[in-house]
Ligand binder design. Sequence first.
Ligand SMILES: Cc1cc2nc3c(=O)[nH]c(=O)nc-3n(C[C@H](O)[C@H](O)[C@H](O)COP(=O)(O)OP(=O)(O)OC[C@H]3O[C@@H](n4cnc5c(N)ncnc54)[C@H](O)[C@@H]3O)c2cc1C
Length: 417
Amino acid sequence: MHQVLIVGGGIHGTFLSHLLSHHLGITDHVVVDRYAEPLHVWNRHTTACGMSHLRSPSAHNLEVDYRALRKYAARENWPATGAFVPPYARPSLALFNDHCRAIIRERGLERFRRRATVEAIRLHEDRVEAITEAGVLLARTAILALGREHALCVPEWAAGLPEGRITHLFSPYCPQVDSMQPVGSAQSDTTAVAEDLVIVGGGVSGVQRALVESQGRIVTLVTEKPIQVRRFDSDPCYIGPKCYQRFLAEPDYVSRRKMIVEARYPGTIPEDLAAPLQRAIEAGRVNLVIGRVEMAAMENPGGYVELLLSSGSTVSAGRVILATGFGRALPPLVQQLGEAACLPRHVDGFPILDHNLRWHPRLVVTGIPAELELGPSAPNIVGAINAAKRIVPLFTRPSPQAAAWGPLVRVLEPAVT
Ligand SMILES: Cc1cc2nc3c(=O)[nH]c(=O)nc-3n(C[C@H](O)[C@H](O)[C@H](O)COP(=O)(O)OP(=O)(O)OC[C@H]3O[C@@H](n4cnc5c(N)ncnc54)[C@H](O)[C@@H]3O)c2cc1C
């Protein structure tokens, strides 16, 4: 029986595994993930949209020391230009990933990983059983760090169109950047080329992919609303105590949900993407179409996909990429556990957790399903750090000497209450 079993070895699960093993000495833990490679989903999603820099600051990284990424960049001689961009020294994806790989390698985190899919979890008084295709794993405590891969938002109009013609940007089947060729059009025919690749969704991932693709072709970007600029994907006030304390002081989960919705800015782009997008539009490389897609149909077998917009106009596409983000569906494991074990849930099905993110004495939850406790930044890297602050006291006793623990203070200092 393991002391801890983490389901999900993405950003959250890997950060917790690092913290447990290296900083708290809990080497008797296992990270179960359906993919062999650590951070597989993070790598796939960020590559798919062609992102160059993170939207979050360098302080949000997989080390407990918030300066670790900057120290790493200096140690490894990353060039000053491009490695970080203002504001808040946002790291390049290449640097962030390199730092993650170094942590995983240097701390030997691969040894804790086991490749399997957890199909069900059974809770007992003295243990947790995780049922996988490869057998049953036992642990004293389980932590769910499941991410959102299961919850791709695919609009109704897209149903029934062939996968070869329409793909969600975050689907494992979405072609990698540069591998797509314009379908059936001559480069000299500007209209036909413009209609070849259509990206639906004007948030950060759609705009990033459109900018990358537009270096070799004309891309149509269909967005429901005019492009909206916001520095972060949620209100940064919730990262600090001011808003976070107000959030936690709110006993009514309906009000907490309202605060989360108001603090999130889905479908927005940061300032530094707005200027290149404007330039690409002016140069005619990105054809920006504002309108809501109502219906889609194949013109003829093997032909173009016709998108009918709310304005009444149509857009023809050789291929459509949906940059429509994620929906609200909870991971199947969370849904199944909530029902089977009658665990406390809000009216929308989201877990109601205690201060240490426990849904049951032997079950801890992080990421989006923990958002009614963690707040708007729950899915982000800082969400993993905030979750760790709540979870660590379950495995250790912070002492008044905590300040002497150096960088560990970042997670061992008392969480906001
Ligand atoms: C394109 C993109 C860019 C982003 N940029 C930023 C950014 O700049 N800054 C920031 O703070 N956040 C960013 N985020 C948000 C967030 O940090 C990422 O989504 C991050 O990957 C979330 O980590 P996670 O561990 O919750 O989920 P994931 O990284 O998705 O990991 C979850 C893991 O759980 C596994 N899993 C799930 N269910 C099971 C099961 N039943 N059995 C076994 N394994 C299972 C999955 O296979 C997966 O490997 C970004 C998100 C996206 C999509």
